[in-house]
Design a protein around this ligand. Sequence first.
Ligand SMILES: NC(=O)c1ccc[n+]([C@@H]2O[C@H](COP(=O)([O-])OP(=O)(O)OC[C@H]3O[C@@H](n4cnc5c(N)ncnc54)[C@H](O)[C@@H]3O)[C@@H](O)[C@H]2O)c1
Length: 268
Amino acid sequence: MPNGELMAGRVAVIAGGGGEIGGAIARRYSAEGASVVVCDISQEKADLVAGEIVAAGGKAVGLKVDVSSEEDCGNAGRFAVQTFGKITDLVNASATLSPDGNVETLSVAAWRNALDVNFTGVFLMCKYVLGHIRAAGGGSVVNIASSHGHFGLPGRSAYCSTKAALMHFTRVLAIDYGPHNIRANTISPGPIDTARSLRRFGTRENSNKVRGRGQVLGRTGTVEEVAAAAVFLASNEASFITGTDLLVDGGQTAFKGTALADIHQSAT
Ligand SMILES: NC(=O)c1ccc[n+]([C@@H]2O[C@H](COP(=O)([O-])OP(=O)(O)OC[C@H]3O[C@@H](n4cnc5c(N)ncnc54)[C@H](O)[C@@H]3O)[C@@H](O)[C@H]2O)c1
């Protein structure tokens, strides 16, 4: 439960903040006292989340940012400092909805787009925000990977590879920036109850029914449960935690009893 203090005085830039998980993280960071720049390729979605935060009494602004654009990422860093005076936190939660396919059927354009947004986009946001966090005396980076970075799925080479790469990128980020008092970690969510699942399962009810079977806890997770993990990693409660990955997957990765048919269907 938010106590309003875990992130007092902090300023967070949240890429993909107009999305379901990014939005939940933005709301929770704000509830814990942070000012938030909600960045998303959709200005409308960014403004919606920022508007909700302001209506709830927090400080937030929406900003259109395409994380695959170097110019947009540079602008995000400058805008956050101009607006709130500093940056202490970065969250990367953007991702494409990449199509399925094996190496023969997946288009080069779809492959490149997944890498550009899910992986290079994180590099670019870090490139243009970390200097500001260092200037503020330190802080935290939380990158949203996936349980599918831990195990593969048929037809999902682009998505799974970017998420595995993101974990290793973040370890090296932690090594490079530990001396600057900047901690960097990933969260690997398992199946979370979001609209992403609708394209594969039709309804949330069906998604929960089918995908819930793959977890030890017998259900899908909520965006608030991912946001709670992000706040923990960003806060001083995690002051000795860096370069790690936190699975928020209800035991999905630990549970090896899932039938292959279920794994085929559990893509996120
Ligand atoms: N939903 C799940 O079950 C689940 C599971 C594991 C990991 N994840 C990861 O969590 C993150 C958030 O997922 P979500 O379920 O909230 O999805 P979502 O689609 O609601 O959020 C993703 C957001 O990224 C934005 N975006 C897309 N391309 C962008 C770009 N080029 N620049 C900036 N923003 C861009 C979208 O507009 C969207 O608002 C993703 O990284 C996803 O891979 C989700």
